[in-house]
Write a protein that binds this ligand. Structure first.
Ligand SMILES: Cc1cc2nc3c(=O)[nH]c(=O)nc-3n(C[C@H](O)[C@H](O)[C@H](O)COP(=O)(O)OP(=O)(O)OC[C@H]3O[C@@H](n4cnc5c(N)ncnc54)[C@H](O)[C@@H]3O)c2cc1C
Length: 367
């Protein structure tokens, strides 16, 4: 989806854009994700991501409206907030820590008593001791959004070449002249590598995008007469309600290479966590299960921006937040390509931080 959204944004800016995908685009991580839109940092290492995540969150309503209009498809955007349920005996202390952490990075978070939480979400377990409401968070049906982004891109004139695997970057000295396909060269003034967790397999991109796959298993449940409105979290899993009545439970994080098999242990963990959080799910039907591969970088932060090869940009490594970060990624890449300036500082995410070229991270491309 990241590549599709960048292509859409560039086409809207009046550029001629081709999107090359080795299969049908939209069938990898962007299809497999849960679609939670949460700028809250999962741990201290993710703090640098918060400004970018907040900027993307702020763009989401407009992004959704434009994509829906241009594609004629709905994307299941649910700006209803999320609730984090706390089970521990120390829930009060935990609650103050979580609230302070959110306020410290300028994110809204409100403490809820167990009763208030169950008034908002009656399916929550009786064992929940307290909860945190994050009213500005949301979710989107990422499968529908990815389809719609690609539809909108086509509508805006993007040429999509499915089944066109990219072998490498076409280098001409210090410049990128375009792409190398199996038996063809594609000339381009600008080339953006956005191949998710596979980006490191593209010759000439690996040094800038040393990503690896982080497998996530997911389960979709359906239960009659059971209503969950918001995304619900525990410390083990999350539940994501969809407009069609499905409730997704996710997700594992596993470093097992490029395989997407489901495991008994993975599914057991998801189901046990789901039932602990919302006990009525015991009787839910299992509708679907799948796994996908998140693009993870060595510091778990995205890899975004120009390289020291003129005309070559990288947009990958979005790890667990790629659906959230799609609008800002597309916006910043378009800003850089059209004006060599960006409206949100992205130096921290520079592809040069991993490259062995000796250049300082964030240095602007030489022309
Ligand atoms: C289980 C799970 C749950 C998740 N939950 C969330 C969530 O709740 N919220 C959130 O924000 N994010 C979530 N994510 C993360 C998010 O899905 C990813 O960060 C995001 O989808 C990455 O998008 P992408 O376009 O970079 O990669 P992908 O969607 O993987 O797309 C990469 C594309 O590159 C193509 N490609 C690969 N190699 C080549 C090549 N050599 N030549 C041409 N094309 C190539 C592929 O075919 C594919 O179409 C989740 C991910 C998973 C797996």
């Amino acid at each position: 989806m990241i590549g599709g959204a960048i292509a859409l944004e560039l086409a809207r800016a009046g550029m001629r854009v081709g999107l090359f995908d080795r299969q049908q685009p939209g069938e990898e991580a962007s299809w497999a994700g849960a679609g939670i839109l949460s700028p809250a940092p999962e741990n201290a290492g993710m703090f640098p991501l918060v400004p970018l995540a907040k900027a993307s969150m702020a763009l989401y309503p407009e992004f959704v409206a434009q994509v829906e209009e241009s594609s004629g498809q709905r994307v299941g955007f649910r700006p209803k907030g999320t609730i984090e349920a706390l089970f521990s005996r120390d829930a009060r202390a935990e609650l103050s820590t979580i609230i302070a952490l959110h306020h410290g990075v300028g994110l809204r978070a409100e403490p809820l008593s167990a009763t208030d939480a169950r008034n908002l979400e009656p399916e929550l377990s009786e064992e929940v001791e307290a909860a945190v409401l994050r009213p500005e968070e949301a979710s989107v049906d990422n499968r529908a959004l990815t389809r719609a982004v690609l539809g909108a891109a086509r509508h805006e004139g993007v040429e999509i070449f499915s089944g066109s695997g990219v072998k490498g970057i076409w280098r001409e000295g210090a410049c990128c002249a375009g792409l190398l396909l199996e038996s063809e060269k594609i000339e381009a003034e600008w080339t953006v590598v956005a191949a998710g967790c596979f980006s490191a397999q593209i010759e000439g991109a690996a040094g800038y995008a040393p990503v690896r796959p982080a497998k996530g298993q997911m389960v979709a449940l359906r239960a009659e007469n059971l209503k969950i409105e918001r995304v619900l979290w525990s410390d083990k899993i999350y539940l994501v309600p969809r407009n069609d009545g499905r409730i997704l439970a996710g997700a594992t994080v596993e470093y097992v290479g490029f395989e997407k098999g489901l495991t008994a242990g993975g599914i057991e963990k998801l189901l046990a966590g789901a039932i602990e959080l919302a006990p009525s799910l015991t009787n839910a039907q299992i509708e679907e299960s799948w796994a996908g591969l998140r693009p993870d970088s060595p510091d778990h932060l995205p890899i975004l921006g120009p390289t020291d090869v003129e005309g070559l940009l990288i947009a990958t490594g979005h790890f667990r937040s790629g659906i959230l970060l799609t609008p800002i990624t597309a916006r910043l890449v378009r800003e850089w390509i059209t004006s060599q300036r960006v409206s949100v500082d992205w130096d921290r995410f520079s592809p040069l931080r991993f490259a062995t070229t000796g250049k300082a991270p964030g240095r602007k491309m030489q022309t």
